[in-house]
Design a protein around this ligand. Structure first.
Ligand SMILES: Nc1ncnc2c1ncn2[C@@H]1O[C@H](COP(=O)(O)OP(=O)(O)OP(=O)(O)O)[C@@H](O)[C@H]1O
Ligand SMILES: [Mg+2]
Length: 455
């Protein structure tokens, strides 16, 4: 097992628990050290007073003829009687002025304990502080003098705590809270950073985040692995798109040769229905390949370009172009207003996504196309409707598939490759949005795109 390092999470958790325990332990030990209910040496100030009192008594009464009268005089002369009392014990352990009640037991207990030390001791019994012994001589007898003082001082704060388990618990919790909070913060901050980064990737923003490689070593490693993964994903996507681009490029040459051979055949054998068919199909294939090539070119590394975009700037021109194109065909595109909102994404891809749907609508509509932008809490909704023939219920999902074209005669000659909606679908999902086609209440097709906006 390796020793925990503080830079690692493992080390930090260990250190914080250890430190908390240590603090609590120190507090408990310190509290018992200052506990007046434990036997302690008498502090120098009171000790001096006690010694002076002992000397005074010795000098006044050492030659007294009677021990009893001397003791009575001492008691009578004590102005603080009741608060501060003196008790005398001979060397055999007998009290010469026996104390009353509780005091006897306390004093006897104190004598047995304090005997072990050479210096005068003190200890608190309930509300009574006992101190002593001070050697004195009264009536030519060597005696031990003890002091009892009524004690009114409240015990120190820490001791009060120790006596009340609930408050002790509260104090321990309060002192350990900052440490534990720091621990929780140290634990959760990098975890949250990692979670945010993962969410970003889920949203399609496949970017490296150097921030991830900071913090406790375990998270540093996780962050580094995460970044490596992001890099690998980026490379994989670019690689695939390059492959697609290369394939479509390579497909074009045999196709051109095919068309040339077909043209030669027509010249040699004259026009025929079969050769004409080969030519139209080859032309269509070429169109598809060209579109595919264009698409893959546009998408290479496009997933790495992300910008903060104004929705108005993004699609303003698309709408204007759409209106113009519709007018050329004696049709009308109606779009009232684009809301003022922002989103993050790839501008070129987003523009062509909406453009594809609008151009379909213009192509298939009878007279009108309606484009409606709505911005609400859920994000941005773009609704594109037309009054054309629409698409059959069972084909509504299929039109988003690449190269899918509705199987009516009308579309055979409409010229498209069937990639437009597939591109739109891919762009919308790349931006964490949704796309759905349904029958419009205005007769034709309704395509609804929802995209998340920046808050
Ligand atoms: N507004 C619409 N009204 C009726 N049919 C539509 C409409 N939009 C799309 N379609 C049908 O969905 C099919 C797929 O559309 P998509 O845009 O993917 O391809 P395309 O327009 O044929 O070709 P491309 O867009 O690649 O030039 C179209 O061929 C058409 O049959
Ligand atoms: Mg289209």
């Amino acid at each position: 097992m390796n020793l925990p390092k503080f830079s690692s999470l493992y080390g930090r958790i260990f250190a914080i628990f250890w430190l908390t325990m240590l603090l609590v332990l120190i507090a408990v030990i310190a509290a018992s050290q200052f506990d007046p209910r434990q036997l302690h040496d008498v502090p120098s100030g009171p000790l001096q007073d006690m010694k002076e009192k002992g000397q005074e008594i010795t000098s006044r009464y050492q030659n007294s003829p009677s021990l009893r009268t001397a003791l009575m005089q001492i008691e009578r002369n004590n102005v603080d009687r009741g608060k501060l009392d003196y008790y005398f014990n001979d060397t055999n352990g007998h009290w010469l002025n026996p104390p009353m009640g509780m005091k006897v037991r306390a004093l006897n207990n104190f004598i047995t304990q304090s005997d072990k030390s050479d210096l005068p001791q003190q200890r608190l019994y309930g509300r009574l502080m006992l101190a002593g012994p001070i050697p004195v001589v009264i009536a030519n007898r060597e005696l031990h003098m003890y002091f009892t003082v009524r004690w009114h001082q409240p015990p120190p704060f820490l001791l009060q705590l120790l006596d009340k388990p609930f408050q002790l618990l509260l104090a321990v919790m309060l002192t350990s809270t900052p440490l534990l909070l720091w621990l929780a913060w140290a634990l959760s901050k990098p975890a949250m950073r990692l979670e945010k980064a993962a969410q970003k990737v889920a949203r399609g923003v496949i970017e490296l985040d150097p921030e991830l490689e900071k913090g406790p070593s375990e998270f540093k490693q996780a962050g580094a692995s995460f970044n490596q993964m992001v890099m690998a994903i980026n490379n994989k996507i670019s690689e695939q798109q390059r492959l697609l681009s290369n394939i479509s490029h390579e497909l074009r040459s045999p196709l051109t040769r095919l068309r040339m051979a077909n043209a030669l055949a027509i010249r040699k054998q004259g026009e025929s229905a079969e050769l004409a068919r080969i030519d139209t199909e080859a032309e269509r294939l070429e169109l598809m390949i060209n579109e595919l090539l264009e698409l893959s070119r546009r998408q290479i590394d496009a997933h790495q370009i992300r910008q903060h975009l104004s929705i108005q700037e993004l699609w303003g021109d698309t709408i204007e172009d759409g209106k113009f194109e519709a007018e050329q065909q004696k049709k009308t595109l109606i779009c009232h207003q684009i809301p003022n909102a922002f989103m993050t994404g790839n501008p070129n891809l987003l523009i062509s996504a909406v453009e594809n749907v609008i151009r379909n609508a213009i192509r298939y509509c009878e007279r009108f196309v309606w484009v409606d932008f709505q911005h609400n809490n859920g994000g941005l909704t773009i609704k594109i409707e037309d009054d054309g023939p629409g698409v059959d219920e069972e084909e509504l999902d299929a039109i988003f598939r690449p190269f899918y074209r509705v199987s009516t005669a009308r579309d055979r000659h409409s010229g498209g490759a069937g990639l437009g909606l597939a591109i739109t679908h891919s762009v919308v999902t790349q931006h964490n949005g949704h796309i759905k086609a349904s029958r419009s209440q205005r007769g034709g097709l309704e395509v609804q795109i929802t995209l998340p906006v920046d808050l």
